[in-house]
Ligand binder design. Structure first.
Ligand SMILES: *Cc1c(COP(=O)(O)O)cnc(C)c1O
Length: 411
């Protein structure tokens, strides 16, 4: 684990990205020519919407009425007592409609698509959480909706496929390659190239070509804005540490952004350590990754010497991706955000512990953040305060965990 570092220079969180979508050497726009115009149009439309008070108040309205914001900041009393050190608070994104933070971004982009006059929405999904959030907002606003999903993921997440179909989405299975998230993104981009006029692509994380990493981050900033207000009301001061899991990096950037300039608040992103850090066994991009380009942007990627994308593994589908959002890479370089990882075994244990001690079944993704938070709580005195972004609920994971635990007890 990296040592605590002070912010080296004043961080102007609004200085990034630049007009070309660069976060220092990371980010940018690496797409086929046919998408350059669409991305430029999207960037312009987003900038206009961002500065339009009517759009912002509409978004606030739907976040409250449809998504259920604000989400509570909850003091995890028994987890805290169990660790015996710093206080642990949970930002309860798990209580939002459709079960995770993803609805913040899906709502924002749906409103933007409507403003741009689009009638059709497409999206990719891995575990199905982003697909479900997208299907929900498409039903709400009356968009035609197509979700691309790897055939392997469709089999693993049959219940989420049924949820999307119930809400009127067409789910298209992707049979290429590993038949998982990466191939689903390729297929969604292919669809977008063909139908770009009437179609908006709701990308699900702080990834891809500009303006997506910035836009998705912005739609999740509400998490940190609320958390800051809530912890000030509750503790009368800022937290000592904020911890969030990092797949593409959207829930983490969402809660971190508001605190980037608060140099006394340590920010830590937790990646998937999987079965350990051997190649193919994890998705800890900052441990085994190198600079490269994948699906629209330059960032840290798990790849072999020839630049072929490596297999990844995590118990949680939402963290199981070979690239990390470009904004994370720059703040890691600057020493402003620290990164750690949690293994599948640690996650399975903490998943059960949080359920038993708090009556909250956390998503496997979010449990990665909890694992690290509990280590930190043990290391810190009782007057310190840690906030964990509980990005989603674990209802979607209970079948998988049951199978894994049964497999262990039969050994
Ligand atoms: C999708 C998902 C993640 C990972 O995505 P980020 O963009 O890194 O936030 C984390 N937690 C939950 C509950 C998810 O559904």
């Amino acid at each position: 684990m990296p040592a605590t570092q002070e912010t080296p220079a004043a961080t102007d969180r609004f200085a990034l990205p630049d007009a070309g979508g660069h976060f220092g050497p990371y980010g940018g726009v690496f797409v086929p020519e046919t998408l350059m115009t669409a991305l430029a149009e999207l960037g312009a439309a987003y900038t206009a919407a961002k500065n339009d008070p009517v759009f912002q108040s509409e978004l606030r309205h739907h976040l409250r009425e449809f998504a259920g914001r604000p989400s509570p900041l909850y003091f995890a009393e028994r987890l805290t007592a169990h660790c015996g050190g710093a206080k642990i608070y949970l930002k309860r994104e798990d209580l939002l409609h459709t079960g995770a933070h993803k609805i913040n971004n899906a709502l924002g982009q749906a409103l933007l698509a409507r403003r741009m006059g689009k009638k059709r929405v497409i999206a990719e999904t891995g575990a199905g959480q982003h697909g479900v959030a997208t299907a929900a907002v498409c039903a709400k606003f009356g968009f035609e909706c197509v979700i691309y999903m790897g055939a392997v993921d469709m089999a693993r997440q049959a219940l989420n496929v049924f949820r999307m179909r119930l809400m009127g989405a067409e789910v298209r299975g992707v049979e290429a390659g590993q038949k998982t998230l990466k191939e689903a993104i390729n297929e969604a981009m292919r669809d977008w190239v063909t139908n770009v006029r009437g179609t908006h692509y709701i990308l699900g994380s702080a990834l891809g070509a500009h303006p997506y990493p910035m836009m998705v981050r912005d739609f999740h900033r509400v998490i940190g804005v609320e958390a800051k207000e809530q912890i000030l009301a509750r503790e009368g001061r800022l937290p000592d540490e904020i911890i969030a899991c990092v797949g593409g990096g959207s829930n983490a950037m969402g809660i971190f952004f508001e605190f980037l300039e608060e140099s006394g608040v340590r920010l830590t992103g937790v990646e998937a350590g999987g079965r350990g850090l051997a190649r193919g066994d994890h998705a800890a991009r900052f441990e085994g990754g190198r600079l490269g380009v994948l699906q629209g942007c330059k960032t840290y990627i798990l790849q072999n010497a020839e630049g072929q994308i490596e297999l990844t593994h995590s118990v949680s589908a939402g963290l199981d991706y070979a690239a990390i959002g470009p904004e994370h890479a720059i703040y890691r370089d600057r020493g402003r955000i620290d990164y750690a990882h949690a293994t599948d075994d640690e996650v399975l244990e903490t998943f059960q512990l949080c359920s038993r001690l708090e009556g909250i079944i956390p998503a496997l993704e979010s449990t990665h953040a909890l694992v690290h938070a509990m280590k930190r709580a043990r290391a810190l005195p009782k007057d310190k305060v840690i906030v964990v972004n509980l990005s989603g609920r674990g209802d979607k994971d209970v079948n998988q965990v049951q199978v894994l635990l049964d497999g262990r007890s039969n050994k």
